[in-house]
Design a binder for this molecule. Structure first.
Ligand SMILES: [Zn+2]
Length: 190
């Protein structure tokens, strides 16, 4: 994935954290949706629309983004699915008409971007850095994400810690400030 797109998704995740006043982990994705007039959430068990290979999708209808997620998946997977769909929405990905509905075009680069958005939203690197949450297990517990997602995050954190270039972007500085109380409480817990 090209770095420009990666930065775009990362910046969007920071902007989302700031706009929705997210100040602790785990991020409650349903609260983001509850605060968004044009996003609604549905369980696939109630409408049974997802194709077998899919864990989530978004249908755009009457100016509303309707996210459908596979609620039979475990809750950590569901959280990632919903965050991924929010990524498509907040990144303004291309919508296309299919015979049945209007939805996001399936493009590999957009899927990667939505995954980066979800990862950075659910497990913000600067907060993990401040709390020294570097192992997959710590990250999974702190962020309420799967051990699989957390192990990718562990690898990424290793790179970021080696680079040691924090707070170069104004949005990251704002995110750090917004999490200040949470970081203090968690540090005192240790
Ligand atoms: Zn997607």
């Amino acid at each position: 994935m090209d770095y420009g797109k990666y930065k775009n998704a990362r910046n969007a995740s920071w902007q989302c954290i700031l706009d929705y006043k997210i100040n602790k982990l785990p991020v409650i994705v349903t609260q983001i949706i509850a605060q968004s007039d044009n996003v609604k959430l549905y369980k696939n068990s109630q409408i049974n629309i997802l194709k077998e290979k899919d864990s989530g999708m978004t249908i755009f209808k009457n100016k509303v983004f309707n996210i459908i997620y596979r609620d039979s998946d475990n809750s950590r997977r569901c959280r990632f699915t919903i965050a991924h769909e929010l990524g498509h929405i907040f990144l303004g990905h291309l919508l296309i008409n299919t015979p049945e509905y209007k939805t996001f075009a399936m493009r590999e680069d957009n899927e990667s971007e939505a995954n980066v958005f979800a990862r950075d939203l659910l497990a913000p690197a600067c907060v993990l850095h401040e709390l020294k949450a570097f192992t997959a297990r710590d990250i999974a517990n702190l962020c309420n994400i799967s051990l699989e997602s957390a192990s990718y995050r562990e690898q990424r954190m290793r790179d970021l810690e080696a680079r040691n270039a924090w707070y170069l972007h104004p949005l990251e500085i704002e995110v750090r400030k917004q999490f200040d109380d949470f970081i203090k409480i968690k540090r005192a817990d240790k």
